[in-house]
Ligand binder design. Structure first.
Ligand code: ATP
Ligand code: MG
Ligand code: FE
Length: 344
């Protein structure tokens, strides 16, 4: 099976060709970061315009790099949410056109399922499984009792982990997106500020990062007022340690309540070196659970992960038709979607 997959939910235009849901034949990613940096974040209208300019070239490159033609394809998969509506619509429209013109089944994919299925490009997912999805817009613990079933058992009550990284990064004078640079600085510093670990001891699997973000910003502003210079690496290390402590503690607690065969770490923040190391340590205590880290190259947004999730959905009979729309606030509800969406 060959799937041509599309991802345009945010600021990456990406098209991939995936074989049997597990092998990347091509994964073209056109990033727009440079265009958004001067605004300090993604500007939706700018993102849509970039997607329109890039998408056709990405399709051509994905097919030629994979050395396949439209006739070789089995299905077309596309992210239809969550994300920016105008951005999503470009991918959804392009995917519909290709599916319609070449008589191929269209498979709508949830972006977060894509972040989880990035792991499938390394190894088959074994169920039951748990995923910690940490990205620019989401921080969720997702329990997967069986293939195709996604239950959110915990999520952020306010900011997402990546969002917090980007906001405190701005205070440190780092360009958007700040996660990678803060991660690098953290490794050169020490946790000297002891920022709060919100909800760490609460009896649930939810997260909160806005208090941490505020504590960080207040510390920096206060130092500015009294003309005190703080060590930026220590600030980064203290912030990162607080994020990692909460993410790791809650995940470990979830693994005690939900014994699983695999823990998958996915999403843009899954590229964080400190988080990867900490979870690797913690998982040594779970003899029956293996840790599946989405490869660094597939943590950020890309169409390969959408193709991996799309192939799974395709096998389960999930189809979209010409009425498929972008759904910016999409939640995990494919089992329902499956019955509502009919074949092309
Ligand atoms: P979502 O997936 O929730 O829709 P998104 O697609 O915008 O949001 P991703 O592209 O998955 O988010 O991830 C981007 C985020 O990952 C940014 O906030 C970025 O700062 C963060 N990030 C990237 N690398 C690292 C890192 N090494 N450490 C921490 N954060 C990182
Ligand atoms: Mg992105
Ligand atoms: Fe994402």
């Amino acid at each position: 099976d060959l799937v041509l997959s599309f991802e345009t939910s945010c600021d990456e235009t990406s098209v991939a060709v995936i074989e049997n849901g597990e092998k990347i034949l091509s994964n073209i990613v056109a990033t727009q970061i440079k265009s958004h940096q001067r605004f300090g974040g993604v500007v939706p209208e700018v993102a849509s315009r970039h997607h329109i300019e890039q998408i056709t070239g990405c399709i051509e490159d994905a097919l030629s790099e994979a050395n396949v033609s439209y006739d070789d394809l089995t299905s077309v998969a596309v992210t239809y949410g969550p994300g920016l509506v105008g951005a999503l619509l470009i991918g959804v429209t392009a995917a519909k056109v290709v599916a319609w013109a070449h008589h191929l089944p269209l498979v709508p994919v949830n972006h977060l399922a894509g972040h989880i299925y990035g792991a499938r490009l390394v190894e088959p997912i074994e169920f039951p499984a748990m995923a910690l999805v940490v990205s620019g817009g989401h921080t969720e613990l997702v329990y997967m009792p069986e293939e195709g079933k996604f239950e959110i058992i915990g999520e952020t009550r306010d900011d997402a982990a990546g969002e917090a990284y980007d906001k405190i990064g701005r205070v440190l004078g780092i360009n958007y997106p700040a996660g990678k640079t803060v991660d690098e600085m953290a490794h050169r510093g020490k946790d000297t500020f002891h920022f709060p670990r919100a909800m760490d001891h609460d009896d649930n699997f939810d997260f909160s990062f806005s208090g941490l973000k505020s504590a960080f910003i207040n510390t920096v502003h206060h130092a500015d007022q009294v003309h005190e210079t703080l060590n930026k690496n220590d600030l980064a290390a203290s912030f990162q340690q607080a994020v990692i402590d909460v993410l790791a503690d809650k995940t470990v607690r979830a693994l005690h309540d939900y014994p699983v065969k695999q823990l998958i770490l996915g999403g843009g923040v899954a590229a964080n070196k400190g988080l990867r190391a900490r979870l690797t340590d913690e998982l040594e205590k779970f003899k029956n659970t293996s840790l599946e880290l989405v490869p660094l190259s597939l943590c950020g947004d890309n169409a390969a992960m959408i193709g991996a999730a799309g192939e799974m959905l395709y096998r389960h009979g999930v189809r979209g038709d010409a009425t498929l729309n972008a759904n910016p606030g999409l939640e995990f509800e494919w089992i329902k979607v499956k019955h509502e969406i009919t074949s092309v």
